[in-house]
Structures are given as structure tokens and as C-alpha cells.
Design a protein around this ligand. Sequence first.
Ligand SMILES: *[C@@H]1O[C@H](CO)[C@@H](O)[C@H](O)[C@H]1NC(C)=O
Ligand SMILES: *[C@@H]1O[C@H](CO)[C@@H](O)[C@H](O)[C@H]1NC(C)=O
Ligand SMILES: *[C@@H]1O[C@H](CO)[C@@H](O)[C@H](O)[C@H]1NC(C)=O
Ligand SMILES: *[C@@H]1O[C@H](CO)[C@@H](O)[C@H](O)[C@H]1NC(C)=O
Ligand SMILES: *[C@@H]1O[C@H](CO)[C@@H](O)[C@H](O)[C@H]1NC(C)=O
Ligand SMILES: *[C@@H]1O[C@H](CO)[C@@H](O)[C@H](O)[C@H]1NC(C)=O
Ligand SMILES: *[C@@H]1O[C@H](CO)[C@@H](O)[C@H](O)[C@H]1NC(C)=O
Ligand SMILES: *[C@@H]1O[C@H](CO)[C@@H](O)[C@H](O)[C@H]1NC(C)=O
Length: 550
Amino acid sequence: MHSFAFITSLLSLTLLFFSLFPTSAHAATAEQWRSRSIYQIITDRFALPDPSSPNLLTVPNPNCNPGDQTWCGGTWQSIISNLDYIQGMGFTAIWISPVSENYDGPRTPYGDAYHGYWSQNVTALNPRMGTPDDLKALSNALHARGMYLMVDIVANNVITLNYTDPDLSKFAFTSTDMYHPYCPIDFSNQTSIEHCWLGDTVVALMDVNTENQDVINIYNTWIASLVQEYQIDGLRIDAAKHVRKDFWPGFCSAAGVFCMGEVFGGDVPYNAGYQGPGALASVLDYPIYDYLVSAFTIPGPGNISGLVDGLHQGQELYQDMSVLGTFLENQDNPRWANLSVDPQSLWNAMVWQFLAGGIPIVYYGQEQGLRGNADPYNREPLWPTGYANTTTYQITATLNQLRNFLIANAPDFLTSNVTVLGTSSNEVAIARGPLVAVMTNRGSPPVNATMGIFNTGFMAGQPLTEILYCKQVTSGSEGTLLVDYSSGGHASIFMRTNDLRGSGLCGQYTDVNPDMNGLSAASAARAVRVRLGGWVMMAGLILAGLVFLS
Ligand SMILES: *[C@@H]1O[C@H](CO)[C@@H](O)[C@H](O)[C@H]1NC(C)=O
Ligand SMILES: *[C@@H]1O[C@H](CO)[C@@H](O)[C@H](O)[C@H]1NC(C)=O
Ligand SMILES: *[C@@H]1O[C@H](CO)[C@@H](O)[C@H](O)[C@H]1NC(C)=O
Ligand SMILES: *[C@@H]1O[C@H](CO)[C@@H](O)[C@H](O)[C@H]1NC(C)=O
Ligand SMILES: *[C@@H]1O[C@H](CO)[C@@H](O)[C@H](O)[C@H]1NC(C)=O
Ligand SMILES: *[C@@H]1O[C@H](CO)[C@@H](O)[C@H](O)[C@H]1NC(C)=O
Ligand SMILES: *[C@@H]1O[C@H](CO)[C@@H](O)[C@H](O)[C@H]1NC(C)=O
Ligand SMILES: *[C@@H]1O[C@H](CO)[C@@H](O)[C@H](O)[C@H]1NC(C)=O
């Protein structure tokens, strides 16, 4: 009784401690972000506010043309009004474009700062996007739905239109020694990447001197108060590789939340070097993005083996692949539909994005098939789509629903390695936890082809469900599977029908299978058999090849 009372008072002291520091309630860690799924938004382009809304600094423009590179009128309030659309796809977090004050003077040769990356006074909010209360309201609205808020942060640079004689009075950093002197970046030289200036001599992005102690103090104080004031759950760090790695641990620890950095470029060792205690908790997985484009776009090189090599290299080099950001589109790269004419290629790549990657990040409009090329054409307004319930919207919802179900019921799902069960020149089959997924780059037209998968971990004669099309199938001897492309090059996701119980997928509404963790044993057995099964696999593929030819 005595010790019980002691524990109870310890518990209430702990609760008191946490309630005294309100950020603790929302300061989300990598562990917490791992199980999230993110929808990325450019605030100006996601949704139009009612023209009669208070405090609008931009007249909402229904005919927004991305080529004009100017504000179209989206705000933090207009995001709040459209959260059902995002949550309807099963997302559990959003990432919004930078919230800091941007350049807002005469139009530059590259247009206006509608995107938020032309930071001026980093410590002030951007009034174009709303008031401080509006940003708080967005944060509260997300938390009320159990969703997280990730905010994009620009710390590497501020904008100036006069690179020889910048006017420092508008910036949070007011003295010359708080900046590195002008030089254009030599991308083969890491010091130059960190110290020289992004942008060009027309719109220059002045490189902040992040070695300067006053700069460090201002940044750390600012980020701590921003996160606290707006109850932000995580940060996306712009241009992270342009700042010395060891700046980030102090910055992110001052923020007290998960940091995911942008390390642009496709080299796995370089990218992986930015994840860890000496740098950031997470990075955007640019290398796997490149591999997915090479593997799945139509027309494309169809490089499946590159994707598998990239995965294996990542498994060796990253500290934790399960918290990387896995994307197929963003504000800097061409939309998928601009690279690939066949929507099946997107749906196949999305199966990887949601089930074989880290934290899925879907750039607004991917679900609507937006087709813009690089900046500025990939920053289209979303409103002309009417926020339609498209096939991609529904596939996104299904993949999130499946992933969220697995996270809740198969605890090892996210932390277990993705195992490659087999490849062909057009297919890759993977296993993770209780599922087996097969992706192909064959495209929509029906073809007379099949893909055999061995070492699935399923038992022989096991009742399975293919989840994207809700088909019931039964595994063959030794648990083998045969995917048939006579109705086109669709992706397939298989699980034991019993394990789908309670997921709401394919009509399975009740009674979660208490035995789902039994699958850990199945996947361990599978891993062993994959090693033994290489030759069996090859023989099987040769046999399957003979079947097609005959
Ligand atoms: C930057 O913004 C902060 C917060 O609004 C303000 O206190 C400060 O005066 C601003 N600095 C400049 C140079 O405008
Ligand atoms: C930069 O500022 C200096 C000093 O005010 C001025 O002489 C020069 O013309 C400016 N350059 C540009 C490109 O505006
Ligand atoms: C790399 O860039 C830095 C910064 O511009 C410069 O000082 C240094 O000389 C460069 N090193 C080489 C090898 O070019
Ligand atoms: C496939 O990707 C790998 C790894 O990037 C590369 O080495 C190989 O040359 C590529 N093959 C083709 C056919 O593009
Ligand atoms: C995942 O794969 C890597 C590389 O093969 C290996 O080092 C690591 O132990 C594996 N992790 C698990 C949980 O199996
Ligand atoms: C790619 O985007 C460019 C610019 O927006 C556009 O002209 C082109 O038609 C797009 N291509 C496809 C295949 O959609
Ligand atoms: C979209 O359409 C599908 C299929 O008709 C339906 O099941 C789903 O509820 C719809 N979603 C929304 C948000 O309307
Ligand atoms: C597909 O292949 C099988 C076996 O080679 C053959 O019998 C059949 O006619 C083919 N079907 C089509 C539509 O080409």
C-alpha cells in the first residue's frame, strides 16, 4: 500500500511536470513520426479562402497560373477548411511551406515569394499566409484530429536582390559577420556548398554564417519559441546540406522536435551521412526517389535492379530507414505524371512509397494527377481539380488505411527490414512483416505474362487477399504465388485473409486476428529461405519463362 501510494504520487508528479511544459504534449520524436504519413502543402496553392475572409493580403485568384510565379491566395485558414479532404486519404500529418516572413517588395525577375523559400526576417511570420492566431488555429485543428504539424524551415539563407551591397536592416541578422561573403557554389567542394550562396546574382540567397555564435543563439532561441508558440510537431529543414552538419543537433535539440532534412541528390552514402546524432534524425530519401523514377516511369529505363541495389545500399548505410521521408513528387522535381504517361506506373511506385519506404510524403496534387514539370510548373493550384475523389485519391486512402492498420496491429511492421523476394526485368516482389507486394513497370495494357514469387513465408494452400483489387487467392505449394498481367500491369499486395480482419479493407470489418504477431516467425523463416532459395527462384523463373514461350 505504501509503495503503491509512492508510485501514485510519483506518477502525479510526473504528470505535473509534463503539464508545466506544454510543448511536451506535442513535441514529437522520430519514434512518433515513424508511424505517420505526411501530406505536403504549398500554403499559397492548396486551397482558396473565401474572398470576404478577414486580413487577406492577396486577392484570391481562381485562375491561378503557376507560370506567373505570384501569389494566388491560399492561407493557413484555407488549409483548416479543407482538412477533411486530407484526412479522407488517411494522412496523419501535414507539412506546410515555410511560415517565416518573406521578401514582399517589387516583383523580381523570378516572380514573387509565393512559395515561402525567400526568407527575409526569419523570426517574423509571413502575413500573406495569415495571422499568428490563424497558424495557432491550424495547429489546434490538426491536433484535434490527432494529426501532426510539420513546418518547413529555411535557415541556410536569406534573400537579397543586391548581392554586392545587401541591405541588412530587414533581416534578423544585422551585421556583416553574420553572413559568409559572396561566392557562387562549386558543387564538388563541400566547404563551398556550405559557405557559398545559393540562387544567383539576380535573386541571391545570402548564406547565413552558421558558425557565428550570435547567429547560433538567435536561431536556437527563435526555433524553440516558434515550436512552443505554435505547438509544432516536426520540422522539415530546407537546404540542409548547405549548412555544416554539426549545426543541426543543437538547432533540433533547441526545437525539441523531429527534424527531417532536405539533402538534394541521389548518392546514398552522401545522403546517409546526414542521418544520425551528429546531424539530423531524418532526411528526405532523394536516392530512392531517383531509383523509383528509373524503375517505374513509362517510358523509362525500367531499371528494377538499380532500385533493389539502392534499397540494399540504404539498408547498409542509413542509421534508420524507417524514418526517412519517401516521396514521388515535390516542389522542386517534376510531377510524376510529367515523367510518366501511364497512371499504373504511379500506383505501382506508390505501393513502394507506402509499404517499402520510410514515412510516406505525398505532395499535394499527386492524388489529382497534376502534370507540371519543374519549378514553377509543379506548384499548380489544387482548386481547379475540384478536390475530386479520383482513383489515385482512393488508392492513397487504401494504402494509408492498410499502413495505419499494420502499424496498430503488427508492431514490428515498420522496424522490420524490407526483404526482396525476387525480381524480373519488369517486376520486384518484396516482403515486410505480414505482407508480400509485387510491383511492375509493365503499364496498363494487358500482357500475356506472369510473375512467380517464392519464399513468400505463406503456407501452402493459404487463403490470401490481394488488397488493392480485393481478390481472394490461395497460395500454391510451398506458399508460392503467381501474379498474372492479363488485365494489365497492376501492383499486388497479399496478406493472409485472416490478418486483414478488423482492417475495414475488402469488407473485413470485425475481429482483428490476435495472432498477427505470429507472422514475425513467418518472416524470420522467410528470411532464411530467401537465402537458401536463390537457386530455386532462378530455376522457377527459367521455368516460368519457358511457360510464356511455349
Ligand atoms: C523581425 O521580426 C521580429 C518579430 O516580429 C521583430 O521583433 C523584429 O523587429 C523584426 N526585425 C526586423 C529587422 O524587421
Ligand atoms: C546595390 O546597392 C548599391 C549601393 O546602394 C548600388 O550602388 C547598386 O546599384 C545596387 N545594385 C543593384 C543590382 O541593385
Ligand atoms: C572549397 O571552397 C572553399 C570556399 O569557397 C574555398 O575556400 C576552397 O579553396 C575550396 N577548395 C578547393 C579545393 O577548391
Ligand atoms: C540501373 O541502375 C544501376 C544503379 O544506379 C546502374 O548502375 C545501372 O547502370 C542502371 N542500368 C540501366 C540499364 O540503366
Ligand atoms: C536489416 O538489413 C541490414 C543490412 O542487410 C542488416 O544489417 C540489419 O541487421 C537488418 N535489420 C534487421 C532488423 O533485420
Ligand atoms: C510537363 O510539363 C510541361 C510544363 O508544365 C508541359 O508543357 C508538358 O506538357 C508536361 N508533360 C506531360 C507529359 O504532361
Ligand atoms: C470515393 O469513392 C469511393 C468509391 O466510390 C468511395 O468508397 C469513397 O467513400 C469516396 N471517398 C470520398 C471521400 O468521397
Ligand atoms: C498467351 O500465352 C499462352 C501460352 O503461350 C497462349 O496459349 C495464349 O494464346 C496467349 N494469349 C494471348 C492473348 O496472346
